[in-house]
Design a binder for this molecule. Structure first.
Ligand SMILES: Nc1ncnc2c1ncn2[C@@H]1O[C@H](COP(=O)(O)OP(=O)(O)OP(=O)(O)O)[C@@H](O)[C@H]1O
Length: 320
């Protein structure tokens, strides 16, 4: 037995989709939303789970909460099989779905929290302590008496995160926690999550389309596409994957010139006297810089590494 808090071994989820193909005809089609995924997450990790639309992220999270039953494989969270013991697991995990709320729409925030307290049978002292910490750290004091429907998206999200933490979960799943939030709200949510992990050791698994969430929170990232794990490792390793790709030499010339002709590189963009030359990321930039400097009137130059967005975009594109 490993001491992983979350473990998946060859987990699959297949949906049967019926599609109308004619007036009377329907076609059955199988969608492999999750297609044999294995990974382990240790206590205290903050892991980003990313991938394009329809990759299988939400389906994975739903299996980890017990909402969906896997079609195959083995899955455990805190030693519990989520689909079999969903209620027991509910006391150990917190879940936040960015796209919808677990709060009661017409009730003031604090009444929702009171209901949560009863649902999870949270002892009074612990409830008070957790609520006070969340109110303080998420700046909720002025919002407690406001009905949820009157909260802004950012306020509601903070309210939802607090709701997910009142029962001291060991694991927090967040599905797109910063979606639609303004820059300030995003920063606040990220800061809170970082602090939560540092102070309480809460394990966090988060799906997002915002790579800044990953950069600012996660030491480890998993990339899923077509239901399969394409990458599992340090964020820095994603940059390294870009080595199969290209870097860019940005050249500032003394004057506008036709696209430069240099061996081992090609001009991909020209803007006035500035030109961008792409070259294989694994090659040294030195010979290229020397060749450009020898032949053209140079003012300045810089080398740009492929950024994570590019690397990931290429990973996705490579699978077509
Ligand atoms: N209940 C369902 N019935 C049938 N197909 C489903 C169901 N839920 C998800 N799917 C399909 O499974 C695949 C994976 O969907 P999932 O929602 O897990 O992706 P995702 O990575 O979370 O995408 P997004 O980033 O768009 O939220 C998609 O092809 C989706 O259409």
């Amino acid at each position: 037995m490993s001491d992983a808090l979350i473990s998946l071994d060859g987990v699959e989820k297949v949906f049967e989709v019926r599609r109308r193909t004619g007036l009377m005809r329907r076609e059955k089609r199988l969608v492999r939303a999750v297609d044999g995924i294995s990974f382990e997450i240790a206590r205290g990790e903050v892991v980003g789970y990313i991938g394009p639309n329809g990759a299988g992220k939400s389906t994975t999270i739903k299996m980890l909460t017990g909402i969906l039953t896997p079609s195959g494989g083995r899955l455990r969270v805190a030693g519990i099989d989520p689909a079999r013991e969903r209620m027991r697991l509910a006391h150990r995990i917190g879940v936040v779905f960015g796209q919808r709320t677990t709060l009661w729409w017409d009730l003031p925030l604090k009444d929702s929290y009171g209901l949560m307290r009863r649902m999870y049978r949270i002892p009074a002292a612990r409830f008070r302590e957790n609520l006070d910490r969340c109110v303080d750290r998420l700046d909720l004091a002025a919002l407690l008496d406001v009905p949820v429907r009157q909260l802004s998206l950012g306020q509601r999200m903070r309210g939802d995160i607090a709701a997910a933490l009142l029962h001291d979960p060991e694991v927090l799943y967040l599905d797109e926690p910063t979606i639609g939030l303004d820059v300030v709200s995003k920063a606040r949510v990220r800061g809170f999550l970082r602090q939560l992990n540092e102070e309480l050791g809460t394990t966090v698994l988060l799906t997002t389309h915002d790579l800044q969430d990953i950069e600012q929170l996660c030491e480890r990232v998993m990339v899923i596409d077509h239901g399969r794990l394409m990458y599992d490792g340090a964020l820095g390793g994603l940059h390294a994957l870009g080595e199969g790709g290209e870097r860019t030499l940005v050249v500032d010339l003394e004057r506008e010139l036709p696209p430069l002709e240099v061996a081992g590189a090609r001009v991909v963009r020209v803007e006035g006297p500035r030109q961008w030359l792409a070259f294989p990321a694994r090659d040294s930039a030195a010979p290229l810089v020397a060749a450009v400097a020898a032949r053209y009137p140079l003012l300045d130059l810089s080398v740009r590494e492929p950024d994570i967005e590019d690397v990931i975009a290429r990973m996705y594109a490579g699978r077509g």
